[in-house]
Design a protein around this ligand. Sequence first.
Ligand code: SF4
Length: 326
Amino acid sequence: MKDTILSVRGLRKHFTASRGFPRATTVTIRAVDDVSFDVGAGESFGIVGESGCGKSTTGRAILRLIEPDGGTVRYRGIDVLAAPPGALRDLRRRLQIVFQDPYSSLNPRLKVGRALAEPMRVHGLAKSADEIDARVRALLDEVGLPPDSADRFPHEFSGGQRQRIGIARALALEPELIVADEPVSALDVSIQAQVLELLRRLQAQRGLSFVFIAHDLGVVRYFCQRLAVMYLGRIVEMGPAADLFSDPLHPYTRMLRDASPVPDPAMRGRLPRIEGETPSPAAPPSGCHFHTRCPNVMPVCRERYPSAVEIGTRQVSCHLYGTSAT
Ligand code: SF4
């Protein structure tokens, strides 16, 4: 990996919720539990898993859009979680997010040009109205939208175009790292490919780093150099994307790989689906959280959570690989 710019260690975010009627009890949901990874300069690091695995919470906690309960996040050596307001403001410029549904994050009453210009004004990135105007038009061009897009409202655009606006807005502050939270999962397959191609081009041209969050291993495979697979709040396997896809070690990674859509329409529907329901994060199974769905389950799996072990360039948490439990 190239020089590490983002270092996440032991990240933790728990939520509490009331369950039951008429006598409600409080339960703890361990949305993110002891998550650690690094992202290199210019690298795309993927976080993959099914809905509820904690991947989006991880992305938001890194940016402090929600406050983590524990762990550390360092960006170029700066302690993000302890940053005072002034330093946090600068970090918020350098670390941006692209959401799954940009429409919900765009003000419907604000024309696109103004939505792009506002953050530049707030952060003092341009000196005059003319300069801001020129930068807005250059941004629109960079993401493949016509110049007159600046004078239109968000509802006048298609889903793919709105995602391009979301990307342009993230780029407006000239970030160094972007958390892309399911940026293509709401789009048609053909549009997905175009948006992924745009992100890839921007990464190459601007030297951006990405934390790319997705539920589909096939999508991240082509965009990310390294991947972490999450299950019920924890990373179960991490390593080079090509290796995880061609030779998954963890049974859950294998399940995700086998269920990932294939481009060949003739093959669609012939691949196995992911077996079983994801257990509630409020009541994760004992031992290895995946044991209720795992085809390789052993007695020890129900009793002890497997420690992470290093296997070559990979890290995996599974008793199949001779761990000592914690
Ligand atoms: Fe399956 Fe056991 Fe490995 Fe968990 S620890 S993934 S249950 S073999």
